[in-house]
Every structure is written in structure tokens, then in C-alpha cells.
Design a protein around this ligand. Structure first.
Ligand SMILES: Cc1cc2nc3c(=O)[nH]c(=O)nc-3n(C[C@H](O)[C@H](O)[C@H](O)COP(=O)(O)OP(=O)(O)OC[C@H]3O[C@@H](n4cnc5c(N)ncnc54)[C@H](O)[C@@H]3O)c2cc1C
Length: 453
């Protein structure tokens, strides 16, 4: 289903050039056409932001080295193919394909996609009771109205949940409302009891349909990584920018550069896993602390035979919010694969990371048996994510927690001394939490460094 369920002001204020990966295509010259400019850039992190910046800077003659902690590129664009189907552990969708830079990157890199129709769904209440689509539509409309108005009652120190519960006490325990808030809002943002009641609906969107990657979102970073000097298994622990050349410590060695771009996820910055010398400005530190980092976990389950409805999405409204409450039917885009993908969000997502595979499967099967009966077969295999405890991310993506101001995203993007630059989805005030936000942040920081020449 669609993250950010309705379209706000699309494309406001973004120069068209930034929306076009032609910025990158034009930088895909062969090495011999590039005139070295004598400046070195170290980019920390080979996710979409880092690789985008690397490609642009290399094309402008910079000596670029990417230091990546993991043994592969892509970061939160990460695909597991061990069960014979591409399971995207991080991003799956291009959210709104119109003018979205990811659309062109997908075409150029060979990432295949499928139109996941938002209207192709069935929703079930507990005991398998089918939810009437008129009732669903009506709650969805009311939800959109509430989303447009709740901030008027919002307070700087109150969460979305606190204000919602005060304004709509009768909806608090309604299972359909729990589902809508969870699948539409928490999935998109973060824990409702930590989400800002003022800025829960920020950011811009692209128009057009939603498309899901079918052969793996990692197709894009693998394409961008070609001909870039990337050093894998290099975990950066310290950046010393007290001298003219910055010194970056990784795996017991130190590398020097004129410029450094830090693209590690906000969760890594929050966890203080990289020491900065001198310490970062207090405004930057405050922004790192105030902007929230959500948790979403994904689960792919396979069966020998499909027993579920032939629709794109199966929604379920359990008592526990954020718990395996909708299923993506993989068979719709891989007809020979009998698989479903389901999700856990926020605190329930964190809880799943302490559960065994058997416990997870038991909980998911309880929901599916409630819908389809006790005779359905057990899954043959499961793949799962643990984004909160993942030391390369410590969470899924950034969101506006209580206390976040939109300026905090801008502060996260501020360079320090024109020497240390920051990119990554969490630095894009208009498109944070998305793949296109990560891409745009890489373009932005590369341009800043190019402009200094
Ligand atoms: C579960 C989930 C679902 C999502 N769904 C969607 C979706 O459907 N559509 C969408 O548009 N977006 C989605 N996103 C968001 C999208 O995946 C991210 O916004 C984007 O991939 C972030 O790119 P990035 O370059 O900013 O960061 P990353 O991809 O995280 O790259 C940062 C890199 O830094 C590396 N690193 C970390 N610490 C160190 C260190 N100390 N030293 C060296 N390297 C380090 C990491 O290993 C990583 O490779 C989803 C994300 C998640 C987690």
C-alpha cells in the first residue's frame, strides 16, 4: 500500500536538474576523459547517497574513495535471493513514478518493476470477517481529513497518539482504525507515541503509480558502483578534521582527504559510532538527537501452494497494532512463486528481533488461520530483517519525532568547515525516509563540493 497515502504539493522547489539521473549518466564517461583536479574525497557509506555523490565527483576529476563497512554495496537497498526470489530487505517501492529520479535509475540499471495496484485488496477483521469496502473507504477518507487537521491541535511536546486519543477516544480501540493508523502512518513515519503531533505529515511526494522492484532494488547500487573505487569491509570509527586535510580512521588505518562526505544512517550517528574531532557543532548534535529513527521489519514466507486471495494486498486488523497487519501477494508479480511479504512496525518490529523464527511464524500463522481457516499449510521457508539491531543502520529510516523541527533536517545537511559534508535520506528535508531522498542528497552534496572549486 502507498506510503504517504495522498499527494501533497509535488516537486515544490526542486530544480529539475536534481530530479534527473541524467546528472549521473553524463558522469558515466570513461576514466580517460576525466581530468584529475588534484582533490581527494572520502565518502563514508556505499548506499544510494554515497554512490550517487561518488559518481558525480569522479566525473568532475576528484579522486574519490568510498569506505563501506559491509561486504557489499547498497546499504538499505539490499536484496536477498537465497530462496530463488528477490526479497528486498529495505526499499521495495518507487513511491510515485512520475518525475521520480529512481524511475530513470531503474530503467538505466535494469531494475524491473511491477505496478502494485492500491485498489486491488481485501481486508479482514478478526475471525475472518470480510470488511466491507464501503466502510473501509469511509474510514480511509475520515483518516485523510484527520491527517489534514490534527496538527491544529498539536503541541510541541505531545505525540500524535496523545492528541489523536484526546480528539477521537472512540476510535482508539477500533481495530480498523488501528490498522489504518499503523499501515498508513506508522509504516511511513515511526512509533505513534513518539511521532510529532505538529509535523507528522511533512515531506513532498511524486505523483503517479506505485511500482515495486521485482528483480531486486540492489540492481541500482550495483549499477552505480561500477568503476568507483570502493573499499568494502571498512568501518569508519573517527573523523579528525582539526587539520587542513581530514583524517578518517577505519580498520586500524588512517586515510586523508580534502573533503569527506558522511552518508551513514541517522541511527549510526545517534549511536555515536563515529567520533568527530573536534566535536560536531551543537546545532548538528541537537538535530541528530531530535530527528527520529523508525523501525520496520519485513518477512517473506513461502509455501508449496497458494491458499490466499488472488489480490495484491490482504489487510488484517488484529488487536495488536503494528503486528503483521498486511500481506503483499508476491504471486501477483512472480506467478510461479507462492509467497507473501508481511511487516512489523515500531515497537512491535523491535520486539520481533528478540523472537525466534518459530515464534514469528506462529504469530503470522495465527493471523492467516484466522482469515483462511485452520487447514492452511505451514510455510516452507521464511526470510526476515532485523533493522533495529543492524549495526549498519540501527533502524529503518528517519521521521519527525516529538521535538523535531523541519530545520533539523536542514541542519543534518549542513557542511562543517566546508570540509565535512553530510548526505543520506535523513538530510533531505522534502524527501527524507525514501530512496529518492537518498539520491537527491547525494547530488546535493556533490554539487556543494564541485561549487567550491
Ligand atoms: C524496511 C525498509 C523499507 C523501505 N522501503 C522503502 C520504499 O519502499 N521506497 C523508498 O523509496 N524507500 C524505502 N526505504 C528507505 C530507503 O531504503 C532509504 O532511504 C535509502 O536506501 C537510504 O540510502 P542512504 O544512502 O541514505 O543510506 P544507506 O543505504 O543506509 O547507506 C549508508 C551506508 O553506510 C554504511 N555504513 C554505516 N556505518 C558505517 C561506518 N561506520 N563506516 C562505513 N560505512 C558505514 C552502511 O553499511 C550503508 O551501506 C526503506 C527502508 C527500509 C529500511
Amino acid at each position: 500500500m502507498k506510503r504517504r497515502n495522498y499527494i501533497k504539493n509535488t516537486l515544490l522547489g526542486i530544480p529539475l536538474v536534481l530530479l534527473s539521473p541524467a546528472v549521473l549518466s553524463s558522469s558515466c564517461h570513461e576514466d580517460e576523459n576525466i581530468m584529475p583536479n588534484g582533490k581527494k574525497v572520502i565518502i563514508i557509506g556505499a548506499g544510494l547517497a554515497g554512490l550517487t555523490a561518488a559518481k558525480m565527483l569522479k566525473a568532475r576529476g576528484f579522486d574519490v574513495v568510498v569506505l563501506e563497512a559491509q561486504n557489499k554495496v547498497g546499504g538499505r537497498l539490499r536484496t536477498d535471493r537465497s530462496l530463488g526470489v528477490a526479497f528486498d530487505e529495505g526499499a521495495s517501492w518507487i513511491h510515485g513514478i512520475d518525475k521520480n529520479p529512481i524511475t530513470r535509475l531503474a530503467n538505466e540499471s535494469g531494475m524491473q518493476t511491477f505496478h502494485t495496484k492500491d485498489e486491488d485488496w481485501k481486508a479482514y477483521d478478526i475471525k475472518g470477517a470480510l470488511i466491507d469496502s464501503a466502510k473501509f473507504d469511509q474510514v480511509e477518507k475520515e483518516y485523510e481529513k484527520i491527517l489534514n487537521t490534527l496538527m491544529k491541535s498539536g503541541k510541541a511536546n505531545q505525540s500524535f497518539e496523545t492528541v489523536f486519543n484526546q480528539l477521537h477516544p472512540t476510535k482508539v480501540n477500533d481495530r480498523l482504525w488501528k490498522f489504518i493508523l499503523s499501515a498508513y502512518l506508522t509504516f511511513d513515519t515511526g512509533d505513534l507515541n513518539k511521532l510529532s503531533s505538529l509535523y507528522y505529515n511533512e515531506g513532498e511526494e511524486f505523483g503517479g503509480i506505485e511500482k515495486i522492484a521485482t528483480n531486486g532494488y540492489d540492481t541500482i547500487p550495483n549499477y552505480l558502483a561500477k568503476n568507483i573505487n570502493i573499499q568494502l569491509n571498512q568501518r569508519v570509527t573517527k573523523i579528525d578534521y582539526s587539520t587542513k586535510k581530514a583524517k578518517v580512521s577505519h580498520n586500524g588505518t588512517t586515510s586523508e582527504a580534502d573533503f569527506v562526505i558522511v552518508t551513514v544512517p541517522l541511527g549510526v550517528l545517534k549511536a555515536g559510532k563515529i567520533e568527530f574531532l573536534p566535536t560536531l557543532p551543537s546545532t548538528k548534535k541537537e538535530a541528530i538527537q531530535k530527528v527520529g529513527m523508525s523501525c520496520v521489519n519485513k518477512f517473506l514466507l513461502t509455501w508449496d501452494k497458494a491458499f490466499w486471495d488472488d489480490v495484491q494486498y490482504i489487510a488484517y486488523t488484529p488487536e495488536t497494532r503494528d503486528k503483521f497487519n498486511y500481506f503483499v501477494n508476491v504471486k501477483k508479480f512472480h506467478p510461479s512463486v507462492n509467497a507473501l511479504i508481511t511487516f512489523a512496525y515500531a515497537d512491535y518490529a523491535r520486539k520481533t528481533e528478540t523472537m525466534t523464527d518459530t515464534q514469528i511464524i506462529d504469530e503470522i500463522m495465527t493471523h492467516l488461520r484466522d482469515i483462511y481457516g485452520n487447514n492452511i499449510p505451514m510455510p516452507t521457508k521464511m526470510l526476515r530483517t532485523k533493522w533495529q539491531s543492524n549495526e549498519n543502520a540501527y533502524g529503518a529510516y528517519s521521521y519527525t519525532a516529538v521535538g523535531t523541527e523541519m530545520e533539523h533536517f536542514e541542519e543534518l545537511a549542513e557542511a562543517v568547515n566546508n570540509q565535512i559534508f553530510f548526505a543520506g535520506e535523513h538530510t533531505e528535508v522534502d524527501y527524507f525516509s525514501t530512496a529518492h531522498g537518498a539520491y537527491l542528497s547525494g547530488v546535493r552534496e556533490a554539487e556543494k563540493i564541485i561549487d567550491l572549486q
